[in-house]
Ligand binder design. Structure first.
Ligand SMILES: [Zn+2]
Length: 69
């Protein structure tokens, strides 16, 4: 809720001009980009887990699926 720097009047967030004195309002600071978290863990943790799971299951397939020569 930016207050008008000229007259101090409160203006709604989507307003770019003060509704009372038509002064240009300062742009509110852009919101910080949210880090994508899944169940409290950052995405890279899940990527690492998935990579580990894929690597181990692939390894098991390689070990058990290929009969020894
Ligand atoms: Zn104003």
């Amino acid at each position: 809720m930016p207050n008008c720097p000229n007259c101090g009047t409160w203006n709604p967030d989507d307003k770019t001009l003060c509704w009372r004195c038509q002064t240009e309002l300062p742009r509110p600071a852009p919101p910080k980009p949210k880090r994508q978290n899944i169940l409290g863990f950052p995405l890279w943790v899940w990527a690492a887990l998935l990579l580990f799971f894929v690597a181990t299951s692939l390894g098991q397939c390689f070990i058990s699926g290929v009969p020894p020569a």
